[in-house]
Design a protein around this ligand. Structure first.
Ligand code: HEC
Length: 231
């Protein structure tokens, strides 16, 4: 009885070694793949010709009228080859591609503070418009976290008037817009750099509007008017 067991055992060992080979042994031939998973896929390698396309080139040109992420928008030169000026109102459309404070919100390895572009009433208005498009659904028009998404079950939306966020560096808020935070997703692929800063500026204005402002924030000529009204 035991004899047969040894025969069968020996046979199984020989079979396994034939199929699987010794560990570390070098093969000249491709290995036997029992589960190939997705190891082999038809694909085009960079800079290699391909019969698939009629022009014989593997590399494709970017689709006309599109701009790869991280690249600068071609300014004032319409991509369709026409000679007219571009009608785009922006002259600086960019998604973060560098390591500067403007792109990352970081100065060295800490969050920096201060807006890296001029803050004008138009800039804040642009921030308000962008905030209302991208952030209001969750954070609410007043920034109190009471946007419509909360009513549909999204929990723990940050109230932007918390002292913690008032004290937060501008760069960290910028980074939250770019990369998101915990359950908030990032908007870096859809809000361009300048608009992210415009939103930061607008959030600061919102925070001031909700109890963070003092008389010193009022420009001096307006302050005089207010003071004369109060008397
Ligand atoms: C889909 C809902 C949603 C949208 C849209 C959204 N947020 Fe948030 N946001 C959240 C949630 C949820 C949190 C809390 C995340 C956490 O748990 O820390 C948060 C947190 C934050 C914080 C605090 C981060 C911290 O460090 O605690 C800031 C600042 C912020 N959001 C800004 C924005 C801005 C600016 C926009 C628009 C560009 C935006 N959010 C869009 C859901 C959203």
């Amino acid at each position: 009885m035991l004899k047969y067991f040894f025969y069968i055992f020996g046979l199984i060992v020989v079979l396994i070694v034939t199929v699987a080979g010794f560990r570390g042994q070098k093969f000249e031939k491709p290995p036997i793949e029992i589960f190939p998973d997705m190891d082999h896929q038809p694909k085009v390698k960079a800079q290699v010709p391909s019969d698939f396309y009629s022009d014989g080139r593997g590399n494709r040109e970017p689709v006309v009228g599109t701009v790869p992420m991280g690249y600068q928008m071609p300014l004032h030169k319409p991509v369709d080859g026409s000679t007219g000026e571009s009608s785009s109102p922006y002259t600086d459309i960019r998604f973060s591609s560098g390591v500067s404070y403007t792109d990352t919100g970081k100065m060295g390895n800490q969050w920096g503070t201060g807006l890296p572009m001029e803050v004008t009433p138009e800039f804040i208005a642009r921030g308000q418009e962008r905030y209302n498009i991208s952030c209001q659904v969750c954070h609410g028009a007043a920034g109190d976290g009471a946007g419509i998404a909360g009513k549909y079950g999204l929990v723990a939306i940050a109230n932007l008037h918390q002292q913690r966020i008032r004290d937060m560096a501008d760069g960290e808020i910028y980074n939250t817009i770019t990369h998101g935070k915990n359950t908030m997703m990032g908007y870096g692929d859809r809000i361009q750099v300048k608009d992210r800063w415009a939103i930061v500026a607008y959030i600061r204005a919102l925070q001031k509007s909700q109890g963070g402002a003092t008389i010193n924030d009022v420009p001096s000529e307006e302050r005089a008017k207010l003071e004369s009204q109060n008397q």
